[in-house]
Design a protein around this ligand. Structure first.
Ligand SMILES: [Zn+2]
Length: 329
């Protein structure tokens, strides 16, 4: 609540009176709004405290919730969601949250049961619900005479006793704009349940967000349409949903957190050369060393695009530009 605009319209003496009364007015408003008023987002109501797992989800919740939400991401920019552990302060702060938006990163399974034990009222929204999920790429698609043998060579120690799950689902669901549109609808429904008085605002924000996503989707399709080579090289396989949506094949250098062995790497390099790929995508959460090695071998370049960026639309445009421009015609 702010009294500043009101003060500015008054002559000086009246302004003093309003200033002097401000604390009393604030208290009166708080009393008058009570819990019901606050729940409906009436003037003076606190924003809903929301936690999300990764930064793009924060962007989405803020687009729908506007000034009715205060969103914090567990994994901060630059941190790796595959290995991140919450801090004690984050766990303590979660006691005051009303909504947690999850997407399948490992910290959720490890921590949400504990967080729910201390905050039984916490509502958890899984934005993957109802979406067609893709499995992680099982084997790097590195064609060549040795094919599957490369998998054994490069990733031979990936078995169940090491805790790796080859059948696990790809968690980078937000890299597909049409899927984000569904997430927006789910977020709108959750926020409308929590604050029914603002349902119209959330619906309007969601409609704008969906229109922006449709425009982004059309722009990406347009940009990728003329591409002959529909495969791209990436260090960490974060763009699988993007690839599926736009008819591309993601070829990852790293696989389940491990860099490839020499034979797998040689196979990747040969395939990239044969396909005319000129760019290797990397992201700030991982060392660019292996990507630089591959880029040097194919006479190409390393391009960093952050799939965890707060600037979702910018990141999607940038990855599209790199893929569209990273190949010989
Ligand atoms: Zn990832």
């Amino acid at each position: 609540m702010s009294l500043a605009p009101l003060c500015n319209l008054r002559p000086p003496r009246a302004r003093c009176a309003v200033r002097a009364l401000a604390p009393a007015l604030a208290l009166a408003l708080l009393w008058w709004c009570g819990p019901g008023g606050a729940a409906d987002g009436a003037p003076g109501a606190e924003p809903l405290p929301v936690f999300v797992s990764v930064v793009p989800l924060q962007t989405f919740v803020e687009r729908i919730g506007g000034d009715q939400v205060r969103v914090r991401s567990m994994v901060a920019p630059g941190q790796n969601p595959h290995t991140y552990e919450p801090t004690p302060k984050q766990v303590a702060d979660l006691a005051g949250a009303v909504l947690y938006v999850r997407v399948g990163v490992p910290l959720e399974d490890a921590w949400l049961p504990r967080i729910r034990a201390t905050n039984p009222g916490l509502r958890v929204l899984d934005v993957r619900d109802g979406l067609a999920l893709r499995p992680n790429d099982q084997v790097q698609p590195a064609p060549g005479p040795e094919g599957d043998a490369d998998h054994g060579d490069g990733h031979g120690d990936h078995d169940d006793e090491h805790g790796h799950d080859h059948g696990a689902l790809d968690t980078h669901v937000w890299t597909s704009p049409p899927l984000v549109k569904s997430m927006g609808a789910a977020i709108r429904a959750a926020l409308s349940d929590l604050r029914p008085g603002q349902a119209a605002l959330f619906a309007a924000n969601d409609a704008r967000f969906a229109a922006d996503l449709d425009a982004l989707d059309a722009e990406i399709r347009d940009r990728l349409k003329p591409l002959q080579v529909r495969r791209f090289l990436v260090f960490h396989p974060a763009w699988g949903y993007y690839a599926d949506t736009y008819g591309l094949t993601q070829v990852a250098i790293e696989f389940e957190g491990k860099e490839p062995g020499p034979r797998a790497l040689a196979g990747l390099i040969d395939a990239a050369r044969a396909a005319g790929v000129r760019a290797v995508l990397t992201q700030p959460q991982f060392s660019p060393r292996a990507a630089q090695q591959v880029a040097a071998a194919i006479g190409g370049r390393v391009e960093s695009v952050d799939p965890l960026s707060a600037d979702y639309f910018g990141a999607l445009r940038r990855v599209t530009g790199v893929i569209a421009g990273g190949q010989t015609p």
